[in-house]
Design a protein around this ligand. Structure first.
Ligand code: KG4
Length: 393
C-alpha cells in the first residue's frame, strides 16, 4: 500500500510518500518521495520560531510540496489522483505548536475527503523514536517483533529536540512510559538560546556544535587543562567521563552539570543556560576563542548530563537497546560519546543525520505501525484534533 505522511508540528513542512508491505514480524518500506521545506529563513530574524509566521508558511508550502512529492513518486498530479494512488494518510497531531499542527491536520482531512482514504493521527515523539529504523532514500525494514538480542524490549529512548527532552521506557511499539523529562528548557532549546547569547545564527544547535568541534580540534595544543576541582558536585561524573574519553575542562570556563545528583531521571537545562549568561557577563566581549571555549564546555555539560541520566535509566529498567532521537541526536559529540560510553555492551541506535530533525518520513513509519496495531481500523478524520501537549503513553 502507499502511505502519504505529513509533518507540520513546528517550523519544517514535510511530506513523504512510501510503499509499505508486511506487518506481522517486520514492515518493509520503500521511499518514493521524501521532502522538507525548512522555514529557517523566515524565523532567523526573530531568533526563534514565530508561530503565526510558521503557520502561514505551512499553508503556503503544503500544496507546493505535495505536488512536488506526487511528481517525484510518479503518481501524477493532485487533481487526477484516484483512491488507488494513495491508500493511507498519516499526519502529526501533537505535540507541537497547535496553529502549525492544525495546518497539517486540515490538509490531511481535505485530501482524505477528496481521495476517500483513511487518516491516522501520529504522535510526533513516537515518530522520532521510530526514525532510527528509517532511511531517507531507498528501502528499509522496521522490526515489528524484534528478535531477542537486537533491538529487543524493553528499550530506553532519549528524545532530545527543541521542544522536548525525555527518557522513554519502550515496552512495545505503542506502549510507552515517560520515566524522565526536562523540568524547564529542552536540550535543543538551551542550545538555541546559548547560541543567541553568543551571537550565533538561528537555529543555534548546529552552530554551537560547530564551534565546540573547532575547540576539540584544537584540544591539547592550547585550550584545555585538566582541572576537575575536588569537591565540585560533578567531580564523579567528570572522573568517570575522563576515563571514557570526555574532554578536559579549562579553569576559567566551567559550567555546572545540572541535576546529576538528583535521585530521579529528570533534566533541567535552564540553570545551565543562565550559567552561560553569567559567564558571558563575567568574561566580557567574546572573541572567537572564547566562543569556542564556551561552546565546548556547554556541549560537554549537556552531553555528560544526557549520558549520565540515560545510563541510569538503562540500568534501572534493564534495557540493552538505546534509541537516541530528536534534533539534538544530530550532534556529533553526543553520538561519539554515547557510542563510547555504552561501547558494545549496549545497542545504541541513532537516526540517519538527515532524518534526525523533524521530517514526515518518521510520521509515515509511526502511522503505518499504528494502522497495523489497530487492525487497520481508523477514526473519522473529522475527529482528529491538534494537541500541542500530547504525551506518549
Ligand atoms: O527535532 P527537531 O527538528 O524539532 C523539534 O521537534 O523541536 O529539533 C530541533 C532542535 C533545535 O533546537 C536545534 O538547535 C537542535 O535540534 N539541533 C542540534 C543539532 N542539530 C539540530 N543541537 C545540537 N547539535 C546539532 N548538531
Amino acid at each position: 500500500m502507499k502511505i502519504l505522511s505529513i509533518e507540520t508540528s513546528c517550523d519544517d513542512t514535510g511530506i513523504t510518500i512510501m510503499e509499505v508491505k508486511g506487518g506481522a514480524k517486520n514492515a518493509s518500506f520503500k521511499v518514493l518521495a521524501n521532502g522538507i521545506i525548512s522555514q529557517n529563513k523566515t524565523h532567523a530574524p526573530h531568533g526563534g520560531v514565530f508561530p503565526a509566521l510558521a503557520k502561514r508558511d505551512h499553508i503556503k508550502n503544503l500544496p507546493i510540496l505535495l505536488d512536488k512529492m506526487l511528481k517525484k513518486a510518479k503518481l501524477g498530479v493532485r487533481q487526477d489522483l484516484t483512491q488507488k494512488s494513495i491508500d493511507l494518510i498519516a499526519v502529526t497531531s501533537g505535540p507541537g505548536l497547535e496553529p502549525c499542527l492544525w495546518t497539517g491536520i486540515v490538509f490531511a482531512q481535505e485530501l482524505s475527503k477528496k481521495w476517500n482514504v483513511p487518516v491516522v493521527p501520529v504522535n510526533h515523539m513516537e515518530g522520532h523514536i521510530l526514525s532510527v529504523f528509517g532511511k531517507s532514500k531507498g528501502g528499509f525494514i522496521v522490526p515489528i517483533k524484534p528478535a531477542k538480542g537486537r533491538a529487543s524490549f524493553p528499550m530506553i529512548s532519549l528524545l532530545a529536540s527543541g521542544g522536548n527532552t525525555q527518557l522513554v521506557l519502550i515496552k512495545d511499539w505503542g506502549k510507552y512510559e515517560i520515566v524522565g523529562e526536562t523540568l524547564d528548557d529542552a536540550a535543543g532549546e538551551a542550545y538555541d538560546k546559548v547560541a543567541r547569547m553568543m551571537g550565533l545564527p538561528y537555529p543555534g544547535g548546529p552552530w554551537v556544535s560547530r564551534y565546540a568541534e573547532k575547540g576539540r580540534a584544537n584540544e591539547g595544543r592550547k585550550l584545555l587543562k585538566s582541572i576537575a576541582q575536588a569537591g565540585e558536585p560533578s567531580i564523579a561524573i567528570r572522573q568517570q567521563a575522563d576515563m571514557r574519553g570526555f574532554q578536559k575542562l579549562t579553569a576559567e570556563i566551567t559550567l555546572p552539570r545540572p541535576m546529576l545528583y538528583s535521585k530521579n531521571l529528570d533534566f533541567s537545562f535552564s540553570g545551565l543556560k543562565t550559567a552561560v549568561l553569567y559567564l558571558i557577563k563575567k568574561i566580557g566581549p567574546l572573541d572567537e576563542e572564547k566562543k569556542i571555549q564556551i561552546a565546548m564546555e556547554f556541549e560537554n555539560a549537556v552531553v555528560e548530563t544526557l549520558i549520565y541520566k540515560t545510563n541510569k535509566a538503562m540500568e534501572k529498567y534493564g534495557a540493552s537497546t538505546l534509541i537516541v532521537a530528536g534534533g539534538v541526536s544530530a550532534n556529533k559529540h553526543l553520538r561519539k560519546m554515547m557510542r563510547k560510553f555504552f561501547k558494545k555492551e549496549k545497542q545504541v541506535l541513532f537516526p540517519e543525520k538527515k532524518i534526525s530533525t523533524d521530517n514526515a518520513l518518521m510520521i509515515g513509519i509511526a502511522g503505518y505501525l499504528q494502522y497495523i496495531k489497530n487492525n487497520k481500523k481508523t477514526i473519522d478524520p473529522k475527529k482528529i484534533k491538534a494537541n500541542g501537549k500530547m504525551r506518549l503513553c
